[in-house]
Design a protein around this ligand. Sequence first.
Ligand SMILES: Nc1nc2c(ncn2[C@@H]2O[C@H](COP(=O)(O)OP(=O)(O)O)[C@@H](O)[C@H]2O)c(=O)[nH]1
Ligand SMILES: [Mg+2]
Length: 657
Amino acid sequence: MGQARNISLLGHSGSGKTTLATSLLKKGGIKDQIAFDSSQEEKERGYSIDLGFGAYTYKGTTFTLIDTPGGDEFIEEMVKAVPVADLNLIVINGEKGVEVVTERAWELTGAAGRPTAVLINHLDKGIDFDKVLGELREHFEGGKFLVLQIPIIEGGKFVGVVDVLAGKAIYFGDKGKKDVPDALSSALEEHRGYLVEEISSIDDELMMKFLEEEEISTAELASTLSQGIAAGSLIPVFSASGLEEKGIDLLMDAFLNMVPAPAVDPSAPPRAVVFNLATDPYLGRLTYVRVLEGTIKEGSHLVELKGGNKVEIRDIYSFEGTKQKRVPAAEAGEIVAIGKLDNIELGVTLAASPDAEPFPMPAFPKPIFSRAIVPKSQADVEKMSSALKELGGTKATIRVERDPVTKELILWGMGDVHLSVFIERLKNRYNVSLETKQPEIPYKETIRKKATAKYRHKKQTGGRGQFGEVVLRIEPLPRGEGFKFVDEIKGAAIPGQYIPGVEKGVIEAMEEGNLAKYPVTDVLVAVFDGSFHPVDSSELAFKLAARNAFRAAYDQANPCLLEPIMALEVKVPEDFTGDIVSDLNGRRGRILGMEPAGGRTTVIKAEVPLAELQSYALDLKSLTQARGTFQMEFLKYQTVPANIQEKIVARAQKEGE
Ligand SMILES: Nc1nc2c(ncn2[C@@H]2O[C@H](COP(=O)(O)OP(=O)(O)O)[C@@H](O)[C@H]2O)c(=O)[nH]1
Ligand SMILES: [Mg+2]
């Protein structure tokens, strides 16, 4: 088995990643087995949704390409690919320049110091290379972009490139190297000068030569460049047209010569990181791993380091083109899919021993957009929960939860497209039909002052009667403290055996407040008096008495509504700061502060009611042309302003009628 290299293709939708991956596989000798974007949802929509894998072998080295989707709501796939790739190739549509997901890709790779390269694509359209390069340098300040290939455009056609390291022109379809056309000689000089200086700066010996103006050979430059790429400090820039298959051979050579070899020790105990999960229509659940050390063999047993569970490695698949191919083992550096591994979570490490070091997978973004889901029919109700669990379990940015207050089933994701794709897939693969709607806000109720009330429950119906009398006091508790029950009975006004009944009655009453039927919270309830009957009293009688006593006290305690407040962090390019702040003010937000976040972006921190953020994922996109991102997290409950409370109470009363 040859050496393995994994290359991720990242970038904005339409930059040509999938087309490029296809061209690379074709040039790599793969004929029939190329089918990226093969899921039903990808075919219907015409873009990538999941990670796509495809492998080819070139001069004894096997390259596994990891194609990623370029839609910003599918960012989790880039987060998965970057840490397991030996090189991250950011593909740019030369006509569009730096786009939103180009920026996201850069944040995940360049900023994290992962090996990164840039490919300026769509050059068949005769685009302005220098303009794109200028944009790159402007957007990604501090990135050391080293142009390795200057495109040669003649008569509007992309006919070849100048190989900057070699100082020669290469025309497509022509084996030999030619002299550089005059029109590009000054560009060559400029790019080569910068390249030699930057490469020399990471190697003391080369630096000496550079300062003393000694000749530095192309081989020396190439090998030091490769070290700089491995360290993530130097970013080579390539030129291509994936569609016209131009520049692909040169790219394959660059991958071969410049992509750092992973630190490989096939004889160490096996260790592998689970970076991707998928469900295959034929093979079932597939667990994608990168083998970090050692060799994983069919039939071997490994420990999953998070839960400590033992797993048996059964089917191992590598790739031939994009097709899975059963293999007996996988070595360090390789990416393979393991079949029939159940209950393995994304991001965990599998190892021979439970003491092994877990691989540090970066944190996935938290879902930021939610909709309530409702099954369309009874048949859907029955199939829904296992389908949600199975499919939802494969994605880090999909979460399903039952809201404890509203009792709605909430589907969380990254945006409306993300959720629709998920719901379509549930339909296509599990035949489960769901409808979505805006979730209810889980309001709560509380009180603002002390009150006491007495209630006597007494019934005489023929035989044995019911009797219980409860006197209780309710008091507001600090926000977030929930519920406290205190037994202050002195003497035997209520015998001890009935106190649990009193507490139960209070808890029942608190499930639905009198104001708008939301759960009551942050209340202390003290029962301090009452009376009983030696024959007719029972736990049930005291429960009913307590429930009514609580309700009576509640009405006098100045009750009010509470709403969830989210801690919000919005990251936007500086220019948008003013717009975002005024928009948040309009959403009853409280701005806590603003901080520069590097690269001319600002982070705005605010506390905003959840009720005002239900479509923020969509609104922020339109406010910032999709350049803003945000995170939010539940922070606390807070009193609802009186005018809004009035509306909610009126609505609840109408519904109750
Ligand atoms: N002119 C031109 N079109 C391209 C090139 N690469 C891809 N395309 C087209 O751009 C569209 C999106 O390509 P695709 O590979 O799906 O982009 P992805 O979203 O980055 O995977 C398709 O219509 C491609 O045919 C290119 O180099 N030149
Ligand atoms: Mg694609």
